[in-house]
Design a protein around this ligand. Structure first.
Ligand SMILES: [Zn+2]
Length: 136
């Protein structure tokens, strides 16, 4: 699949990447719309440090392509939106009411920070039942 990436600080490009795989609680979403945010520009300009071939983007809608074996609320073909913050909802910070700090400082912000973002033909969503919303 095609992905729009940060090659390194100050450099972007399109790259060919494999379609991501879903773990048991995850979904793979086919992107239908994704928005550029000033955070993407700050990221490319080095605000969060060096990233190598990291897919940019953290705000998107799409169609569910695959779900893991434990996903109950979504199925392939569902139209969905996903937020920029996709916490691990069972961790201590999330359970205490601070999901954006899931796992570490700003750990709920995964897309285009600690994992590939949504500027690609497909993207991965952890804990799909909690981190996706159905579009009607
Ligand atoms: Zn944003």
């Amino acid at each position: 699949m095609k992905a729009f990436v940060m090659k390194e600080i100050g450099k972007v490009a399109f790259l060919e990447k494999p379609i991501p795989e879903a773990g048991p609680n995850d979904a793979i979403v086919k992107t239908t719309a994704a928005l550029v945010c000033t955070s993407d520009l700050h990221t490319v300009n080095g605000a969060i440090g060096q990233r190598k071939d990291l897919t940019l983007g953290h705000e998107a809608t799409g169609i569910v392509y695959k779900v893991g074996s434990q996903v109950k609320l979504f199925k392939p073909g569902d139209r969905v939106s996903v937020g920029a913050i996709t916490p691990d909802w069972g961790d201590i910070a999330s359970q205490a009411g601070y999901p954006s700090q899931s796992g570490q400082a700003l750990g709920g912000w995964k897309f285009s920070n600690t994992k590939d973002g949504v500027f690609a033909e497909y993207f991965h969503v952890n804990e799909a039942d909690a981190n996706l919303a159905k579009d009607s």
